[in-house]
Design a protein around this ligand. Structure first.
Ligand code: PMP
Length: 460
């Protein structure tokens, strides 16, 4: 706690509050930056210093940090009805309206919507529901779920098991049984020397098919993936990957569950990552931008055959035995309805297309930097991957150390918040969707300065 005032809020924070995604021991010397305010794409620390938030918090505050219409929607709903549940033959209007609205938006016919509070909880519910449905359909052995290395799906027992990041498993006794992982479709990192993109696609899809056959198609229920991987480094699979993958999944009657928690609501430039990537998802989870993160909310979209099987199961048991106090929370749902109204009224899609073009141009320009190995970009989501040697794609040691150093430097010196992703050595950008062209320039100008300064420090 060097230099920290003993009784400061940051000192009290680490004395009492348990944080995630930190080295807990290092945090004693490195207390958190306390964030006390926000306006547009900027946040303010306790001294009032503004930071340009290039990560939209955790890839989530789509409308920025001061959208009055969302605040009003929450306030109005709180005055009318701050809480009621959607269990045991009761419901609330905002939840019913939001389910109807989302059913019209998702690329799933006759969709039914389940609401929860976080991306983790939606993905966890997916696992439970898929197991329930296969029991109800009389195929109780069809339970295994295939996910991908470096995918991220959440922190709860089931969703953390789906995640393919080792730090989410080690010491936690995860993954749980029946979760399998296949290779990450990150061509730059995982393509073999001399292997073309088409060959890479065939190899990875072949791996999925071989796994399904080895396990037995009758035991495999679902394949789970983020259309574009977020935390794993903004990985955009090569052309043809999803088409070929879906053909395999269809052949063995395996559900495609698209995790749209980051991708959904225009992050990729399309409403859904599935749309951007040409996926026909069977089921989908979404969260984050659904309320611009102003209230906790997630959703799981299910096709009618799946819902019908849930109904059949509940008839057998006498009740659908899955309940959550806050499922369909009226304030969260009212904020989500307002968010979706704003997306349409302000034509946010056209805005993302316009600023996305500048975003792409600016981020791709970093390809010329001597320490940049790869740049990946789609919509308003991008990553820059660092290497010590471009020709051999050699990573810094330990892997990830350069991106973390750059992230810390950018925050301290340039007042710019970027994410150092937990997989690989990349800095990720996912600014609020309302960012302007001038702000895109400002963001990358600050980043370029930080990169030059850190490059000079490491003597490259
Ligand atoms: N899925 C994806 C793709 C995510 O990025 C995240 C969170 N970053 C989650 C699921 C989990 O969401 P939450 O943190 O809201 O539980």
């Amino acid at each position: 706690m060097d230099g920290m005032i003993e009784n400061s809020i940051a000192a009290r924070d680490i004395r009492y509050l348990v944080h995630g995604s930190v080295d807990l021991a290092r945090q004693r010397q490195n207390p958190p930056t306390m964030i006390n305010g926000g306006k547009g794409i900027f946040i303010f620390d306790e001294n009032g210093t503004p930071y340009l938030e290039a990560a939209a918090g955790m890839w989530c505050t789509a409308l920025g940090f001061s959208e009055e219409e969302l605040i009003e929607a929450a306030t109005e709903q709180m005055r009318k009805l701050p809480y009621y549940h959607t269990l045991a033959y009761k419901s609330v209007t905002p939840a019913a309206e939001l389910a109807e609205k989302l059913a019209a938006l998702v690329p799933i016919e006759n969709a039914h919507l389940y609401f929860a509070l976080s991306g983790s909880e939606a993905n966890d519910a997916f696992i439970k529901f898929a197991w329930y449905v296969n029991n109800a359909l009389g195929r109780p052995e069809k339970k295994k779920i295939i996910a991908r290395k470096n995918g991220y799906h959440g922190a709860t027992l089931g969703s953390a098991s789906l995640s393919g990041i080792s730090a989410n498993h080690k010491l936690f006794d995860l993954p749980i049984a029946n979760i399998l992982h296949v290779s990450d479709p990150h061509y730059y990192r995982n393509g073999l020397p001399g292997e073309s993109e088409a060959e890479f696609v065939d190899r990875l899809v072949g791996e999925v098919e071989a796994l399904i056959l080895a396990e037995g198609p009758d035991t495999v229920a679902a394949f789970v993936a983020e259309p574009v991987t977020g935390a794993g480094g903004v990985v955009i699979p090569p052309a043809g990957y999803y088409t070929k993958l879906q053909a395999v999944l269809d052949r063995y009657d395996v559900i495609f569950h698209a995790d749209e928690v980051i991708n959904g609501f225009l992050r990729t430039g399309k409403m859904w990552g599935s749309e951007a990537m040409g996926i026909r998802p069977t089921t989908m989870s979404m969260a984050k931008a659904i309320t611009s993160a102003y209230m906790p909310l997630s959703a799981l979209a299910l096709p009618s055959w799946f819902y019908d099987a849930m109904e059949r199961g509940s008839t057998e048991v006498g009740v659908f035995g899955h309940a959550a106090t806050y499922a369909g929370h009226p304030v969260s749902c009212a904020v989500a309805l307002k968010m979706l109204e704003i997306v349409e009224r302000r034509n946010l899609k056209a805005h993302v297309e316009t600023v996305g073009a500048r975003f792409k141009e600016r981020i791709l320009a970093f390809k010329d930097h001597p320490l940049v190995g790869d740049v990946r970009v789609i919509g308003l989501m991008g990553a820059i991957e660092f290497v010590t040697d471009k020709a051999n794609k050699t990573s810094f040691v330990p892997t990830g150390s350069f991106a973390k150093r750059l992230r810390d430097h950018a925050e301290e010196r340039q007042k710019l918040i970027v994410r150092a992703v937990p997989a690989g050595d990349s800095c990720a950008f996912s600014p609020p969707l309302v960012i302007t062209i001038e702000e895109v320039d400002e963001m990358f100008d600050r980043f370029a300065k930080a990169l030059d300064e850190v490059t000079a420090e490491v003597g490259a």
